[in-house]
Design a protein around this ligand. Structure first.
Ligand SMILES: [Zn+2]
Length: 274
């Protein structure tokens, strides 16, 4: 039996998984585990100057470049961006994908989020959970004999309940890889998001200057979970190391998967220990 873990990280858009879990993904990849990022939409609405098939193709190439940074797979489902609904059609796409990939762990957004595509992606994952074990659903793709562990990636939304992590992962050794992966999403981090946020005039034109600018801009976000969940880092990594960790990513178990209990955390996150 192989001890290799199989991790499926699902977001709504090409770049979502990078923002929430790339540092931890890089740790799994270094550990020899299998990681696959999934985007439920093709990203064809995420720009102010281009759209449709051309944008979807551009973002597909950006995603593959990001995946190559840490040597993982990247799957983009061909659903329109800005139009994700918790439909039976997309639920079936996810059931097939989860059954085929056979993940030990699925990472998901939480169902309360500013973006409808994020909300419905979370709903779709919960709708596919358990059903992946039912043989008469999507009978053409063999069912799983287990329900994978599902965990939420962190966010700052407070209602109806704030994010409450079960595991916090130090990513100081992989934060450079996370920034390098986000740097691949040129259409997003240097074009669409700055335009949408009214700071396009701040983006440097030169590739190395803009990489530094991106890192500086992300710094607060990259440090957020380490600051917020310091007590968890100290509990997991010990007082000395836990107190000095700068960057972290955090995950909270979802009740509709198998439980993210202490045994599951030890099995799935082998790099979280003193
Ligand atoms: Zn997104």
């Amino acid at each position: 039996m192989s001890n290799q873990r199989r991790i499926l990280i699902i977001g709504a858009h090409p770049d979502d998984c990078e923002f929430t879990a790339a540092g931890t993904a890089a740790l799994w990849a270094q550990h020899g585990d299998k990681v696959c990022f999934v985007s439920v939409s093709n990203g064809d609405a995420g720009h102010h100057e281009m759209g449709g098939g051309r944008l979807a193709q551009r973002r597909h190439a950006e995603a593959l470049a990001a995946a190559a940074v840490i040597g993982i797979e990247y799957v983009i489902l061909d659903n329109h961006d800005g139009a994700i609904l918790p439909s039976l059609e997309i639920r079936h796409q996810l059931i097939d994908l989860i059954r085929t990939y056979q993940p030990d762990l699925i990472l998901s957004p939480r169902p309360n989020d500013y973006h409808p595509d994020h909300r419905y992606t979370a709903q779709l994952i919960q709708d596919a959970a358990y059903m992946v074990t039912v043989p008469n659903v999507r009978a053409g793709v063999p069912n799983l004999m287990y329900n994978p562990v599902i965990a939420y990636v962190s966010d700052t939304f407070q209602k109806p309940t704030p994010f409450a992590p079960d595991v916090v992962v130090a990513i100081d050794t992989t934060v450079d890889a996370k920034v390098a992966m986000l740097d691949c999403h040129v259409s997003q981090v240097y074009e669409w998001l700055p335009w949408n946020g009214s700071y396009l005039d701040q983006v440097p034109l030169n590739a190395s200057e803009r990489h530094t600018w991106l890192r500086t801009r992300l710094e607060q976000r990259l440090q957020r979970d380490a600051h917020s969940y310091r007590h968890k880092l100290i509990a997991s990594y010990g007082v000395v190391r836990g107190a000095t960790i700068r960057y972290a990513e955090a995950f909270e178990g979802c009740e509709y998967g198998s439980p993210l209990d202490a045994a599951a955390i030890a099995r799935l996150f082998p790099f979280v220990s003193a």
